[in-house]
Design a protein. Sequence first.
Length: 295
Amino acid sequence: MSKGKNLKGKHFHQQISNIINRTLNLGQSKRESEKQNQIHSINTLKFRQRLLNEFKTYLENQNITTGKMNQYLNEEHLTGFIYQRTNNLTYESSKTIISGMSGIITSLKETNVYIDLSSDFFTQIKNEIKDIKYTYQSSKNTHKSFLNVDSVIDTLYEKKQSYGVLGEILRETGLRYKEGLNLLQQPDKYIQDNKIIGMVGKSGKIYQDKSISNSLIEKIYSLSKSDKKINHKSFCSSISSVEMGRTPHSFRYQFVKEKYNQLTTCGLSHNETMGIISSELNHHRNTSPYYLNKI
């Protein structure tokens, strides 16, 4: 966390001008006098100003119209803005947006403006978006939910008991393949009082405690150590033999589809449901739209 001053200006558009002036003065103080650097700096300033105006619009859409913009450049609002802004972009284009916002924050910190943001925020959010984008942009025919998930699981059980149990784990919990495999093979480490605890996800981020049914716990413990050995290639082949192009990650999309239907049927709003699902997936806020678009 960085402590310092607030931006000058009563209104957001005045504060954006203050940010640009601070960035410009910072560049001049570093003596970026070569022509090539000047052109680069001008283009960078224009890009940052455009991002700031978009962030201003994002805040206004959240009914935030007063206060100091630097106080809203925090994890909650930056996460929401970045995921919204990169919704339809490739990973490479998304990185440009993230780098632009990171540059803005760096400039503000260097000019002693108060910013409440962890130092690794942009690294974490870039890794999260990379995970999401890569899983479904690499192929239009993979990583979607199932047409008949029960048929897929039946086929897994026919192949091997542990394959079926792992399929049920992935469907019920929304865990990734390797995380589900860890749960299957080390239940004493992760299962406590009908909850999955301490499961480590991408980038070392720990999942919130997740409920798990008694019936599934019984199935996990009914398997011997040797039964729990999974051949990844065989597991994937068993899935695709039922639904071509589907993979273990398709269970994660299936989880989102079923969870979304369950929560909205219970009367929760779309936004409330999205927040819950994102937490269940161990993602940042508002990431579940990427999965909903692919179910």
